[in-house]
Design a protein. Structure first.
Length: 336
């Protein structure tokens, strides 16, 4: 059965040792480790001979495995335009440097390449993350945006990411892009376009997270089936839709997470509107056998209650495994 893991990004305020103890105590089988806080530091992994070994010892002490690294926050800065104080708050100081935008982008790209090298040292073959986008700010298409401008955005993505992906190839590691608003691939058609922009190279695949699809009216099941060969990792996060009262809209009015005036919100896995059974049956249909990672986000619920509840919920669906034979296979047998 596929292992169920905990993504540590939303727990980066806690020491890695404490997160390991919590996850193991709840019954998680492993972690998707974020390159945040003291959970995993890429520069130290490459510079300090014992760093990776010590991380492995910590995991082993708690009976946990690691199946993926996440470097979402640095990945955001690779292509983003503009680069501003929002990025300064989420990237390491060595990546921010003097804050000059192009320098930040280049250092972020170098950090992603180093993440592939560090992942290989850790024995991990998947890095999950974001790409950023130089054209997300044009998504409203006004003032008018030409298709030439859009195409330049995809070319910028390819120019910046292909050298990074060359390092991923050299290290035997894959990048799983999380399809997400603010990225170069944020819905179905932009995903197709992003894959084509990098020549559909195997090093660039997808992290399937249905929470970003629902409020865009995208079908998470269709996404699994149509991009079957690109689903490299799965994050289980849930979304609750609250649109339809004539006041709450899809764009959520610049209101903070948890504000009930929003048209949608992230909620604890199992408490939203994701059609989980259909999704897991689709994952079975494409033969996905990788980790099922719970990314826990809910502004209205305590995480110490939510994370174990989400694990129990997802385990029920993860237990749905394909049969060894069709249910009607016995009907044709004659009995003496």
């Amino acid at each position: 059965m596929r292992p169920v893991t905990l993504f540590t990004g939303q727990w980066a305020d806690l020491p890695f040792e404490e997160v390991c103890a919590l996850a193991a105590g709840w019954g998680y089988e492993g972690l998707e480790i974020a390159c945040s806080g003291d959970h995993f530091e890429v520069d130290r992994a490459l510079a300090e001979p014992n760093y990776v070994a010590e991380k492995r010892k910590t995991l082993e002490r708690h009976g946990l495995q690691v199946f993926a690294l996440s470097n979402h926050l640095v990945g955001q800065a690779v292509c983003d335009h503009p680069i501003d104080e929002r990025h300064r708050a989420i990237v390491p100081a060595r990546v921010w440097g003097d804050g000059e935008p192009e320098g930040v982008r280049r250092r972020a790209g170098a950090e992603l390449a180093d993440t592939a090298r560090a992942a290989a040292q850790l024995g991990v073959r998947t890095v999950v993350g974001f790409t950023g986008s130089s054209i997300w700010h044009t998504v409203a298409m006004f003032p008018p945006v030409s298709q030439e401008t859009v195409e330049r955005g995809y070319q910028d993505f390819a120019d910046r990411w292909n050298p990074i992906l060359d390092v991923f190839d050299a290290e035997g590691v894959r990048f799983a892009h999380e399809v997400h608003p603010s990225e170069i691939a944020y819905d179905y058609w932009t995903t197709s376009r992003a894959l084509a922009a990098v020549g559909n190279r195997p090093a660039f695949g997808l992290n399937w997270d249905p929470s970003h699809f629902l409020w865009q009216d995208l079908d998470p099941v269709t996404f699994i089936l149509d991009f079957a060969d690109r689903i490299y990792h799965v994050d289980c996060k849930d979304t609750k839709l609250r649109c339809g009262d004539g006041r709450r809209g899809r764009l959520s009015s610049h209101l903070p997470w948890g504000d009930l005036r929003r048209g949608w919100d992230f909620v604890s896995t199992g408490r939203g509107d994701v059609p989980w059974e259909d999704c897991f049956r689709a994952l079975n249909a494409i033969g996905y056998d990788g980790p099922i990672s719970i990314e826990w986000e809910d502004a209205g619920m305590d995480r110490l209650a939510g994370a174990p509840e989400a694990l129990a919920f997802i385990r029920g669906y993860n237990a749905i495994t394909p049969p060894t034979a069709a249910f009607d296979a016995a009907f044709g047998h004659e009995h003496d």
